[in-house]
Design a protein around this ligand. Sequence first.
Ligand SMILES: [Zn+2]
Length: 404
Amino acid sequence: MSPTGWPEAIEVTLPDEGSVERVLPFGLGRTITGKVVAEANGEPVPGAIVDIGPVGDHTTTAAADGTFTLDDWMGGANGAIRCEAPGFASASVRPGDAHEVTISLRRGVRIRGRLVAMDGAALVGAHVAAVGTDDNESSARRASIARAVSDEQGRFELADLSGESAHRLVVAARGYGRMDRALAATGKDVDLGDLTLNAPRAIAGRLVAEDQLGDLTSESFFLHTLWHEMSHGLGPGKIDVDGRVTEVRLELKEHYSTLEEAKADAMGEWTILTMHAAGRDYFPAAIVRQQATTYLAGLFRSVRFGIGEAHGAANAIQFNYLVEKGVITQDPHDGRFRIDIARFPAAIEDLVRDICLLQAVGDYAGTGAFIARYSTMPPLLADALARLDGIPVDIEPVFTQYPD
Ligand SMILES: [Zn+2]
């Protein structure tokens, strides 16, 4: 039985010679009509974009009276129709068996603020994003995402976000560290005031091969963080184990967080590389090199959180997995590490597959074995971290009120 929500795969065994013929059955799509209205006053929302989600190219636009027609709807019981319009938070509905739907849009909220360096200077051209997910049972899962670049005064504004979602705010600026902040749902516009970014750190300068240092970019770091957070909403969630409906989280117990953080990291890279390989024109031509190298530096950064903690352990897993595959190697002369750009995409895909298969079948014992095998601190890694002496770990909370 396939895990809940996954499409059935069709297996084809190719002969050594000749060809093989298989008939792929496609059901008939149906036409769905509907209307997009503002929740506050029931007024139509002309120009709203209505589509069937990331798969396929079925997009339509609501007419002057808010109505739309969507052809070839193939979604099953859980399939959702998405809708977005300027000034509103994106929404989605599950039509189920219906032929007609009404989509009510709530006014979107804005998050604004200003980015400054420690000396108070405005940070211009920094990348800022807010990522949130509403994950309740009654509505379809919907992402609330906005992205901006800070202006001449360091100001940014993120619009059309859901007021019902908590968001994670991610900021990355060239030459600076990353800022990552949890924002509770407020239901109204938020002004965060001045946000100060820390001085640049020098991890990569000590550990990454000199000829690869030029490929480190804040854009790649930002993209990876963005897609890490997005990836938490992708992959197996509700699963079926021997006919029992359950969740990956419940089956993997104390191993869940570590495996899930490793998944989000690996799947984040995989998604970027896959979109690039598919010819999407979102990224610079050097994206594979830049993602791989920035990812390598990021592993050293995050493994310093300690392998007793989910994010640190997840980074040790990725490091050791890629060392085992020969994709990360150390130069015996200067002790610096290099990532094999050509083999990076395939190795990341292998890692995503290994992790998602453990999650998809809720394999507690297998996950324990996987973590025991890869979440270790081999001398290679311990030596590398020792060379970062004097560079602060990003966040090290010290709780004085409740000393252990
Ligand atoms: Zn995470």
